[in-house]
Design a protein around this ligand. Structure first.
Ligand SMILES: [Zn+2]
Length: 156
């Protein structure tokens, strides 16, 4: 048995086309419904992202989709002023970022609705969803509407 599902050849997709295969389709379907999913391992209890069929921490196959809260904090970012690949060329400048989801995993994404000067490490974010065309919806993050003082979930 092959352990890795074949994905679309890189030559067949543009930078804007997500890497969708049978395994990651539920994640993209959920995003199209404005829901963010993570995978959580029943063996070790840890959540991970991007979605994998095996838990990246303990290699258990006993992982399943679960809804994420959509809350995250900003880990790091980079303002992108030049990108020649469509559709990013028309979008510059934009803020590429890595965020820490409340569930634990780190996720590469984009920060929207926030000037670069107002970004700070650790700031509270909430998920937003951007229609990319062709029915594809990509999760992005924006400053949280209300800064929550709640503690992070235990075990995250
Ligand atoms: Zn695990």
């Amino acid at each position: 048995m092959s352990s890795a599902a074949r994905t679309v050849s890189p030559a067949d997709r543009t930078a804007a086309t997500p890497d969708v295969d049978d395994f990651t389709r539920p994640w993209w379907d959920a995003a199209a419904e404005r829901r963010l999913l993570v995978r959580r391992c029943a063996a070790c209890g840890r959540a991970h992202h991007y979605p994998r069929e095996f838990c990246p921490y303990c290699w258990s196959e006993d992982a399943a989709w679960e809804p994420a809260s959509g809350r995250a904090t900003l880990y790091t970012w980079s303002a992108v002023h030049r990108n020649d690949l469509p559709p990013f060329d028309a979008r510059t400048p934009y803020t590429a970022a890595v965020v820490d989801l409340a569930e634990g995993p780190r996720m590469m994404t984009e920060i929207v609705e926030c000037p670069e000067a107002e970004l700070r490490i650790g700031m509270e974010l909430e998920v937003a969803f951007r229609e990319e065309g062709g029915g594809v919806v990509v999760p992005v993050f924006r400053p949280a509407a209300e800064v929550s003082r709640r503690a992070r979930p235990s075990g995250a």
